[in-house]
Design a binder for this molecule. Structure first.
Ligand code: NAD
Length: 525
């Protein structure tokens, strides 16, 4: 049986009612009633959250249009300075946001800290690199010496960020930062369950010097607000399920606005025959069970070479059984609670269906209501076959299946047998070989000898999905430039790009043909 820490019901409360009320006031909301939110780990009520009406949304956009013009006109150095300060304030004031994150999601404190680190890293990265990314760039002109061309970046205007509940600080703030730095206004719609997290970050950004109305937070269910927000946005950034991503892409396409979609996954980990088994087993704990597996990058399938299969399974299962469950407001547990009843239901359904069709549960496989309403043990199965939902559908919980493979080719083929393509992990003693295997995997990120943190934390490189896992990228240059419109300004000097006065079109075309040949020979074009 998985061990537990202090029962969640006996832990210190994270926030006073006054503090909750103070944060709630920051939302542009009030016209559409109240929604109650509850802490998943304890079942205790957290907030009465006012919901935004269509009028509230219109007001937010009107204010954002005015604020955006002034914000975009400021020197870039002033804009980036706000986010350098946000980085510092966040690291200094992390205790309160760790408490809020844990209260709203039910996750372990170590997993909440991943979010703090993510926002700090992205804030610094874009504050440091925005100048190089956004400054106008010279491009070669149509005709050497006669034409000059420059590429100029403009903010899109108002970016809508619709974020889910599983990594609420990272996914609502780290995607908003580059949009703001690029000179946009942002209207965020966090999930109701985790709205206080975004409202806390909003307060922090204003303390760091972000002017009022440049970033606003509207509150409400995605199904109620999504259409209204997309109808007014200049760009949409969405993180969530593939099914909702398709709906959002359709709405954005009808308006001919861009969108970036970070969607689901069914991520594979490959343990090759030469892998360091104890290290792979240790890392698999983080790779499979961070935030109770409610992590888009989480590993849900492990393919293990037959030479190391028994050793890996034995080491991994022993570590899973030793995990400490709890969501106390301290660094004293290895995994927390699921966030909703619907998550508990879908996790239980996947495991029970697999069990009833003959899969073997090696660890976990049951809910733990003694710890809190939605706790579920970290679970490991073998004998999972293609007729079980667990094999192909995203579980989005603390459940992983292990499969024996007889070669690297077998592992690659099975890993790629999915419509998703978000993240993958390869374990090997030969990192050059690992990189060659990585290039054969259909996934937007592949971590060699890590689970997800190496690729995710490399924010200078793009992050996103192949296939059903998404469209567009966050992080790196793409993560900022997607929030801009690019313009080409070309200047023509001395002669037109046409027959000069007195020259026939025929002679002009011959002259241009000769010039094109000459430039080809000189390697100029
Ligand atoms: P979901 O799509 O049901 O909901 C996600 C968010 O979208 C919620 O906040 C919801 O309110 C909102 N939403 C729902 N319908 C909407 C609509 N029509 N318009 C606008 N917003 C709408 O997904 P979920 O099951 O709650 O979240 C988990 C999913 O998110 C998983 O599939 C997971 O893999 C994915 N996810 C992906 C990433 C990534 O970076 N690729 C990160 C986190 C989560």
């Amino acid at each position: 049986m998985t061990r537990s820490t202090v029962p969640s019901s006996r832990q210190r409360p994270a926030l006073s009612a006054d503090r909750v009320a103070e944060l709630v006031k920051r939302g542009v909301a009030g016209g559409a009633g109240l929604v109650e939110t509850f802490a998943p780990a304890t079942g205790v009520k957290v907030a009465d959250l006012p919901q935004s009406s269509v009028t509230d949304i219109e007001t937010a956009f009107d204010r954002a249009r005015v604020a955006q013009r002034e914000w975009a006109a400021r020197p870039l150095a002033e804009r980036t300075a706000v986010f350098s300060r946000l980085h510092d304030l966040l690291l200094k004031q992390q205790r309160e946001i760790l408490d809020i994150l844990q209260t709203e999601t039910g996750k372990a404190r170590a997993h909440a800290f991943e979010e703090v680190a993510d926002v700090a890293i992205n804030a610094r990265y874009y504050a440091r690199t925005a100048d190089g990314l956004l400054k106008a760039k010279s491009r070669s002109g149509a005709l050497p010496l006669l034409t000059t061309a420059r590429e100029v970046r403009h903010a899109k205007g108002i970016v809508v960020v619709i974020s889910p509940w599983n990594y609420p600080l990272a996914l609502s703030v780290s995607d908003a930062l580059p949009a703001l730095i690029a000179g946009n206004a942002v209207i965020s719609r966090p999930d109701n369950q985790t709205a206080l997290t975004t409202l806390w970050a909003h307060e922090l950004a204003e303390k760091a010097g972000l002017p009022a109305d440049v970033w606003q937070v509207v509150l409400g269910r995605g199904k109620d607000l999504g259409h209204e927000l997309i109808a007014r946005a200049d760009f949409v950034d969405y993180t969530g399920s593939t099914a909702t991503g398709r709906t959002i892409a359709t709405q954005a396409a009808a308006r001919l606005i861009g969108c970036s979609l970070e969607l689901g996954g069914k991520n594979p980990m490959l343990v090759l025959g030469d892998a360091d088994v104890p290290k792979a087993a240790e890392c698999a704990i983080r790779a499979c069970f961070s935030s109770a597996g409610q992590l888009c990058e989480s590993m849900e399938r492990i393919y293990v070479h037959q030479d190391v299969y028994d050793a890996f399974v034995e080491a991994f299962v022993a570590k899973v059984k030793a995990m400490r469950l709890g969501a106390g407001l301290a660094f004293d547990s290895d995994m927390g609670s699921l966030t909703f009843q619907r998550q508990l239901d879908s996790v239980s359904e996947h495991v029970e269906e697999a069990r009833s069709k003959g899969a073997t549960v090696l660890a976990g496989g049951r809910a733990r209501p003694d710890l809190g309403p939605y706790f579920y043990e970290p679970t490991v199965l073998t004998g999972v076959t293609a007729d079980m939902a667990l094999c192909r559908d995203e579980t989005f919980g603390p459940v992983v299946s292990i499969y024996r493979v007889d070669s690297d080719d077998d592992a690659v083929e099975q890993a790629n047998d999915t419509a998703y393509g978000l993240n993958a992990s390869v374990w090997t003693g030969d990192t050059a070989h690992g990189q060659r295997i990585a290039e054969r995997l259909r996934a937007g990120a592949v971590n060699v000898n890590e689970g997800y943190a190496a690729a995710w934390g490399s924010v200078d490189a793009p992050s996103g999905g192949f296939g059903d896992s998404g469209l567009g990228r966050r992080h790196g240059a793409e993560g900022l430039l997607k929030y801009t419109d690019v313009q080409t300004i070309a200047v023509q000097r001395w002669l037109p790009i046409a027959a000069p006065p007195g020259m026939s079109d025929e002679i002009w075309s011959k002259t241009l043909t000769a010039a094109l040949w000459a430039m080809r020979r000189l390697g100029m074009k």
